[in-house]
Design a protein around this ligand. Structure first.
Ligand SMILES: O=C(O)C[C@H]1C=CC(=O)O1
Length: 96
């Protein structure tokens, strides 16, 4: 199942820089791991914002929730999820 996910990161203004840097480091490591596994299919920065649009490929909404809610930055993100399905006019033979 494919899901479009938008994440808006909202780190507290008072968060110490070293804590923010460590959070970003572990978030990046987890994001890379999920991309290598094929779970996090696309990851795009939204220009001018500390936000991304992503596509996740998971077996269920339960799995998506588990993946998203265990991201290191999860407590500091607003997340919007949109389920996707193949468009009938798509010329692509798979869902990639
Ligand atoms: O930077 C972000 O958009 C938030 C999050 C997503 C991947 C990552 O490394 O951090």
């Amino acid at each position: 199942m494919l899901f479009h996910v938008r994440m808006d990161v909202r780190l507290p203004h008072g968060m110490p820089q070293d804590q923010a840097a460590e959070l970003k480091r572990v978030e990046r490591a987890r994001a890379e791991e999920l991309q290598r596994a094929g779970t996090w299919r696309h990851l795009w920065r939204i220009a001018g914002q500390y936000s991304n649009v992503s596509v996740f490929d998971v077996a269920s909404t339960d799995e998506l929730h588990t993946v998203l809610s265990t991201l290191p930055l999860f407590p500091f993100m607003e997340i919007a999820v949109t389920p996707l399905l193949r468009h009938p006019s798509s010329i692509h033979s798979d869902d990639r």
